[in-house]
Design a binder for this molecule. Sequence first.
Ligand SMILES: Cc1cc2nc3c(=O)[nH]c(=O)nc-3n(C[C@H](O)[C@H](O)[C@H](O)COP(=O)(O)O)c2cc1C
Length: 161
Amino acid sequence: MAANNILIAYFSNTGHTQAVAEKLAAATEADLFRIEPAVPYTEADLDYNDDSARCMRELNDPASRPEITGTVPDWGRYDTVFLGYPIWWSRTPPIMQTFVESYDWAGKTVVPFCTSGSSSLGSSASVLADAAPEATWLSGQRFAAAASESELASWVEGLGI
Ligand SMILES: Cc1cc2nc3c(=O)[nH]c(=O)nc-3n(C[C@H](O)[C@H](O)[C@H](O)COP(=O)(O)O)c2cc1C
């Protein structure tokens, strides 16, 4: 697989999705981009049992688009974009919508992946696919934070990209 046209863009707060993204990058020799919130999430922000916590307010507001710091350099050169995120109540964190709505996806193939406590990827990526219908979306996959590089490599091989 040609690596210089693959980007792995990921959002991660407690390092799980980051660990998978880094192993995926090693397996594919792709570039990595960390989706950085303009305002970082504190532990209290991520308290999913507290309806007044930031994560819950964002999930409960369909218009919520948390701001991102930084942009992907040379976006146009990527053909394939892996999009990684933690599952938040079976959904994508709304900052992923901010990310997807910030770029032109024409001609790109997108592969979602996630980490979670136990939930599968399910239909979490559909809100992202709806925001970028011009891309070709492959079905994604959930990984444990401890997924091995060889597990990721064989997943990528099976995608046929
Ligand atoms: C707001 C919030 C909601 C979550 N909802 C779920 C869930 O529905 N199912 C699940 O298995 N894990 C859930 N989790 C756990 C995270 O998906 C899991 O810890 C993930 O690996 C964190 O990734 P990160 O370290 O890259 O941020 C939730 C975590 C947070 C903060």
